[in-house]
Design a protein around this ligand. Structure first.
Ligand SMILES: NC(=O)C1=CN([C@@H]2O[C@H](COP(=O)(O)OP(=O)(O)OC[C@H]3O[C@@H](n4cnc5c(N)ncnc54)[C@H](O)[C@@H]3O)[C@@H](O)[C@H]2O)C=CC1
Ligand SMILES: O=C(O)CCC(=O)C(=O)O
Length: 412
């Protein structure tokens, strides 16, 4: 099953419980616009390479479309389409006034220089600036992009459309960004992991955690949870996994990664394991925070965690989702678990429009409040309807989008 089909599968499971009509299913599931552009870019050695960039604008019935921009060698239209539709449900689950979109460029972000990355970003903006904007579609960071990329993005956009920092979020704090956006997705994962442990009856101090991926999201989630006295026993990145049953010193891991070019290769004081081994560790919580599709029918039977918190988008394939549910393994789904990032993006966008900035404590407090509200609603609905948390989260999202479509007169 391809990625977009997988999201449709989850969408339909929730639509079945809601008794959604075929007419509404088609209206809500179909992307509004799909953009594919060629990006001819000169590399540092003088070669001209033609990259492909995508932006899929899935749905705008609840507000301007919102979603990150991914630079990764596996990016293709199907993946971007699936991630764009996921954003529609995610923004609705946390009830922020956005629709869903996603973008990507098929390029290995680790194999290009910073100057090459800048040229790719500016070229992408050259191609899509008329189709995005603070009231249309607002990109943000995702895998392989960060605040620096967002700063180039807004600078290039301003050349065409005039000064308007609200066109992207996740900008540097000194350049109309907001304190707390960089940590927001991982922090949200941490907040919701603790809430889930509470609901499931596990003690937070000492709860064992394995985190796959030690980039923006994985590192901040690990940091938050180790500060909450959980025992983070394993982390990983592209170089492999690092396991210490006594618990890792996460600040030491963060420093090591920073000092070694964002890589954990050679990290001392831990046993080297593979990324596959990490997924199968005997821990209370497994947090996939890298790529999608890492838990499949191949390894679902060997997963020993009691709770999977989907920091990454779509880490669990639908067939595996069913196997895990049958084994009573709880999954906190991506559309809720990693919604902290887009929630703080919403704060950034709103403040850009008012030329105002909240401080970090206020951002953290509001984030906690919004995620907690969504979490309680989803969990209670799952209990009420005896469905998984994923189905319940999609039900919340779909109901909000369907109501907006109805109020807009798109359907009766
Ligand atoms: N950055 C954000 O605010 C948000 C990110 N996400 C999702 O979280 C996930 C991670 O995103 P970021 O942390 O922003 O990306 P990042 O680019 O900062 O970090 C990605 C991490 O995953 C590792 N990685 C890459 N390929 C891997 C592989 N095959 N096996 C194991 N590790 C691998 C990298 O080495 C790196 O440590 C993605 O699925 C993304 O869509 C979701 C919501 C918001
Ligand atoms: O902050 C944003 O707008 C983008 C977040 C995103 O791409 C995601 O939640 O997957």
């Amino acid at each position: 099953m391809k990625a977009f089909e997988a999201v449709q599968h989850y969408f339909n499971s929730a639509a079945d419980v809601l008794g959604l009509s075929d007419e509404l299913r088609t209206l809500l599931a179909t992307p509004e616009r799909e953009i594919t552009v060629q990006l001819p870019v000169e590399m540092d050695d003088g070669r001209l390479v033609s990259l492909i960039g995508y932006r899929v604008q899935h749905n705008r019935v609840r507000g301007p479309m919102k979603g990150g921009l991914r630079y990764h060698h596996e990016v293709d239209l199907d993946e971007v389409r699936s991630l764009a539709s996921l954003m529609t449900w995610k923004t609705a689950v946390v009830n922020i006034p956005f629709g869903g979109a996603k973008g990507g460029v098929t390029v290995d972000s680790r194999a290009i220089s910073s100057r090459e990355k800048e040229r790719i970003t500016r070229k992408f903006v050259d191609e899509i600036h008329e189709l995005i904007g603070p009231d249309k579609d607002i990109p943000a960071p995702d895998m392989g992009t960060d605040h620096e990329v967002m700063a180039w993005f807004v600078n290039q956009y301003n050349k065409y459309e005039g000064f308007n920092p609200a066109v992207v979020t996740g900008k540097p704090v000194e350049a109309y960004g907001i304190p707390g956006r960089e940590e927001a997705t991982g922090r949200g994962v941490g907040i919701l992991t603790i809430k889930s442990l509470g609901r499931l009856g596990y003690k937070v101090p000492g709860a064992t955690i394995a985190v796959q991926g030690f980039g923006n999201v994985g590192s901040h989630a690990a940091k938050f949870l180790s500060e909450a006295e959980c025992k983070v026993v394993a982390v990983s990145d592209l170089s492999g996994g690092y396991y210490n049953p006594e618990g890792l010193d996460i600040m030491q891991v963060v420093r090591y990664s920073r000092e070694h070019g964002n890589s954990l290769a050679g990290f001392p004081g831990a046993k080297a394991i593979t990324n596959d081994d990490l997924l199968e560790l005997d821990v209370v919580v497994l947090i996939p925070a890298a790529l999608g599709g890492v838990i499949t029918t191949e390894n679902a039977d060997r997963i020993r965690a009691k709770l999977i918190v989907e920091a990454a988008n779509m880490p669990v394939r639908p067939d595996a989702d069913d196997l895990l549910a049958a084994r009573d393994i709880t999954i906190l789904p991506d559309v809720l678990a990693n919604a902290g990032g887009v929630t703080v993006s919403y704060f950034e966008w709103a403040q850009n429009r008012q030329f105002y900035q909240w401080n970090l404590n206020r951002v953290r407090g509001e984030l906690d409040h919004m995620l907690s509200t969504a979490f309680e609603q989803v969990w209670d609905l799952a209990v009420e309807h005896k469905v998984t948390l994923r189905t319940a989260a999609y039900m919340v999202g779909i109901q909000r989008v369907a109501l907006a479509a109805k109020l807009a007169g798109l359907t009766s």
